[in-house]
Write a protein that binds this ligand. Structure first.
Ligand SMILES: NC(=O)c1ccc[n+]([C@@H]2O[C@H](COP(=O)([O-])OP(=O)(O)OC[C@H]3O[C@@H](n4cnc5c(N)ncnc54)[C@H](OP(=O)(O)O)[C@@H]3O)[C@@H](O)[C@H]2O)c1
Length: 419
């Protein structure tokens, strides 16, 4: 096996023909010249990849004339070969439960760092069980959830705790993330991943424990803590004086933040509590908005849970694989989340820390492409002293403050301070 530094590519972007992959390819082509980054477009279909490359060259010039790497999710030797040629595989081939397992195995065997956009909790658990020990031993970083789920959650918490320790000498005992505002759409690939999860839950009810248990991504024997289940109804947060509704991504994000704390050796404390919610504002308007949003989410979840209505929605209403929001919709999208951490300082006083993470682009696509691309670059080029060297990891545990700095340099709002 070649030394990692000597490999042909820094990054292979696998899934470049898909909706999210294409956006990540544009990000690399727009921001990195030929001499700055050795990257390749990966996928299963050469003709489709050539079309993507031609379009990139048309838009971004000769620097986008990058090599093509062919690998199919069903063909393990092709995945081994791809993994051996690069230092990092950045993958947008999903649903990951369907197409991702052999790639993770190949990357761990070939000691190739990896990042993805999965939000499939049950699949992450399967990868932890199958590969965490080997990846830890051979120092390979397999990093899940490098998009809107779960970077704002995981890095926001890291920023709050980093600040608390520097300013107050102790980490926050609790942190809560509020989605303050967002505008964005869905792609067919994301809906495919949701449908796939619903189908598996229907056939394998035991997976419900993994999806529902607050600590199911923690190591075996460490699946306890102060947190209960994710918010499912309207609530009023007294400390922030805000009405809140459930946040659709909380089920995955909360578990990722708890896993970060666990794999880093509990720097936030063993009793650290973390939750997420959607702020709908103050007063009667806030309460009414919370009720409307909760009802809408409940109806969508109900329709997606039943096979006949799910199939009807997918056929007539929702985008198909390969489709997603228009360019204008992506560019006019945005998101803003706020973290509110609380703790007791080393001198015994209560303190509060607030962090804001925001971006001026559709959270699941424009901003996600930026976050995934910068994660791949961070894995390829940055040092992180406080990070975990190998395993099935999270953004905070694998890349830490190095990724915070990168995202800030790339134009995202990443702010933290006293409240
Ligand atoms: N976390 C987040 O914030 C976030 C945001 C956006 C998307 N996502 C996730 O990202 C994933 C991709 O979404 P998307 O909308 O980009 O999906 P998509 O447009 O359907 O793209 C899927 C990609 O997978 C490739 N593929 C399918 N089968 C393959 C196989 N056997 N071997 C190799 N490649 C194969 C497709 O290649 P062909 O073109 O050759 O068919 C295509 O490039 C989904 O899992 C979605 O949930 C997450």
């Amino acid at each position: 096996m070649s030394d990692r530094q000597d490999r042909e590519f820094d990054i292979v972007l696998w899934g470049a023909t898909g909706f999210a992959g294409r956006l990540v390819a544009e990000y690399f082509a727009a921001h990195y010249g030929e001499d700055e980054l050795r990257w390749a477009l990966g996928g299963r279909n050469r003709a489709k990849l050539e079309v993507v490359r031609d379009e990139l060259m048309h838009e971004f010039g000769q620097a986008a004339k990058v090599p093509l790497v062919i690998a199919d999710a069903t063909d393990r030797p092709s995945l081994d070969e791809m993994a051996e040629r690069t230092r990092v595989v950045c993958t947008t081939v999903g649903p990951y439960d369907k197409y991702g397992s052999k790639l993770v195995a190949a990357c761990v065997d070939k000691q190739t760092d990896y990042c993805d956009l999965t939000g499939e909790v049950h699949w992450i658990r399967e990868m932890i069980d199958a590969h965490h020990d080997q990846a830890r031993e051979n120092k390979t970083r397999i990093v899940n959830c490098c998009g809107f789920d779960s970077i704002p959650s995981d890095l926001g918490t890291l920023m709050v705790q980093d600040f608390a320790k520097r300013e107050f000498g102790a980490p926050c005992r609790e942190n809560k993330m509020f989605l303050m505002g967002a505008k964005g759409g869905f792609s067919g690939g994301t809906l495919d991943s949701m449908s796939n999860l619903m189908e598996r839950l229907g056939k394998e009810p035991e997976l419900r424990r993994v999806v529902g248990h607050p600590y199911s991504l923690n190591p075996e024997g460490e699946q306890t803590g102060p947190d209960g289940s994710t918010q499912t109804s309207v609530s009023h947060d007294k400390k922030a004086d805000l009405w809140t509704a459930p946040f659709i991504m909380a089920r995955i994000n909360e578990k990722i933040v708890r896993r970060s704390n666990a794999v880093l050796g509990y720097p936030y404390g063993r009793d650290f509590s973390y939750e997420e919610t959607t702020s709908t504002g103050k007063g009667v308007t806030g309460a009414l908005r919370a009720a409307g949003l909760t009802a809408g989410l409940g109806a969508f979840a109900g329709l997606m849970a039943l096979t006949p209505t799910r199939n009807l929605l997918r056929k007539y209403v929702l985008p198909s694989p390969g489709e997603g929001p228009s360019r204008e919709a992506i560019e006019s999208g945005f998101f803003r989340v706020k973290h509110l951490g609380r703790g007791i300082s080393e001198t015994g006083e209560s303190f509060e820390v607030e962090a804001t993470i925001a971006a001026d682009s559709d959270p699941g696509y424009g901003a996600t492409a930026l976050m995934l691309a910068e994660s791949a670059l961070c894995l390829a080029f940055d040092e992180c002293d406080d990070c975990t060297e190998g395993g099935i990891l999270t953004p905070a545990s694998a890349m830490g403050m190095a990724l915070v700095d990168r995202l800030s340099d790339a134009g995202m709002t990443m702010e933290v301070g006293r409240r």
